[in-house]
Design a binder for this molecule. Structure first.
Ligand code: UFG
Length: 325
């Protein structure tokens, strides 16, 4: 049986997918430079420490193993940082990803599953957002992901690489079995920061903007459980294995929750009062980002299992307590 290469499999979402693939009988090899990932999260399958920026590392990896598919999670994903340090994003998310595509070409590996993002849409002009929504990213992060979607389409046409790009909305939660979860440093995402405030590790949660055109004035986001994202990767892999066409799919639950609703749900889950401080808007935040994922449901057969916000927060809370005591 051939291997699946999980690039970035020591990170938040890659590690969840790597575990699922192993549970379902796939052989995997994680390739990760551990710049933001954690070796202990890549606990299943093979592991090779290597850097996408170094073609020799990739050559070594593709020489050592035979792969039938590649999954690519190893991108930088902090929107604010992509504005202040775009070079870091273009280097890793574009140039290094092209190294990966070229290594696949050299080795004759044809199937690629790519982590894309809702950030490719930019400021939405309609909601929920379908895959046919105009693509107009408003930050370098979104632009790097869109560039790679375009590069994959061109590589597909010219070199026969089949790909699935999965546009995640707000990835959240943690492995229901508690084996893996979010460990970012610094952390910028809402749910782990809210849980830090619940645990008393932060004084309060700062709410960025309370005068948006939304029911309570705070931003609405479509939170999607990483275990459901992992299922979508498995379905996408099966599609490519069956010879299915390349495709691009949104992954979200189709329901927006406001920042204040997230905080309220976290108070319920944790049983703790969470102090809130209202602050000005954060640059580049659209008021509402909600997915239409009907294409993923229809074409991939994707059925999210953990759509309830309280379940997502509960799993994140259990992970948070396990890490921080
Ligand atoms: N927020 C706060 N306070 C905080 C942190 C966040 O109020 O301390 C708010 C944000 O302003 C936003 C919401 O909570 O309205 C969610 O923010 P996150 O930082 O958790 O997530 P984003 O929606 O900014 O970004 C996520 C991913 C990106 C991806 C984007 C696209 O992190 O990689 O979704 O949907 F591009």
């Amino acid at each position: 049986m051939k291997n699946t290469l999980v690039v970035g499999g020591a990170g938040y979402i890659g590690s969840q997918v790597n575990n699922l693939l192993n549970e379902r009988g796939y052989k995997t090899v994680v390739f990760d430079n551990l710049s933001t990932g954690h070796r202990r999260l890549a606990s299943r399958g093979g592991f090779l420490k290597g850097d996408l920026g170094d073609p020799a590392d990739l050559a070594r990896c593709f020489k050592k193993y035979r792969f039938s598919a590649v999954m690519h999670f190893a991108a930088f994903a902090a929107v604010g940082e992509s504005v202040s340090d775009p070079a870091k994003y273009y280097r890793n998310n574009v140039a290094n990803t092209l190294n990966l595509l070229d290594a696949m070409r050299s080795a004759g590996v044809k199937n690629l599953i790519f982590s894309s993002t809702a950030a490719v849409y930019g400021e939405p002009i309609k909601t929920p957002i379908g895959e046919d929504h105009p693509l107009s990213p408003v930050n370098p992060y979104g632009r790097t992901k869109l560039m790679m979607e375009r590069a994959m389409a061109d590589y597909g046409a010219a070199y026969g690489i089949q790909y699935v790009a999965l546009r995640y909305f707000n990835a959240a939660g943690a492995d229901p079995q508690g084996e893996t979860g979010e460990l970012h440093n610094p952390e910028t995402h809402l749910i782990p920061l809210v849980l830090d405030a619940a645990a008393g590790r932060r004084e309060c949660i700062t709410v960025f903007g309370s005068s948006y055109k939304t029911p309570d004035g705070t931003c609405l986001r479509d939170y999607v459980h990483t275990a459901d994202l992992a299922q979508a990767h498995l379905l996408a892999l099966r599609r490519l294995e069956r010879g299915g066409e390349s495709g691009v799919f949104n992954l979200g639950n189709g329901k927006g929750f406001s920042v204040l609703e997230v905080i309220k749900a976290a108070e319920k889950v944790t049983g703790r009062k969470i102090p809130v401080k209202l602050a000005p808007r954060r640059a580049g935040d659209p008021a509402i980002l909600v997915a239409s994922s009907s294409l993923a449901r229809r074409v991939l057969g994707w059925k999210p299992e953990y759509a309830a916000l309280e379940t997502i927060i509960d799993h994140a809370w259990r992970w948070h307590k396990k890490q921080r005591g």
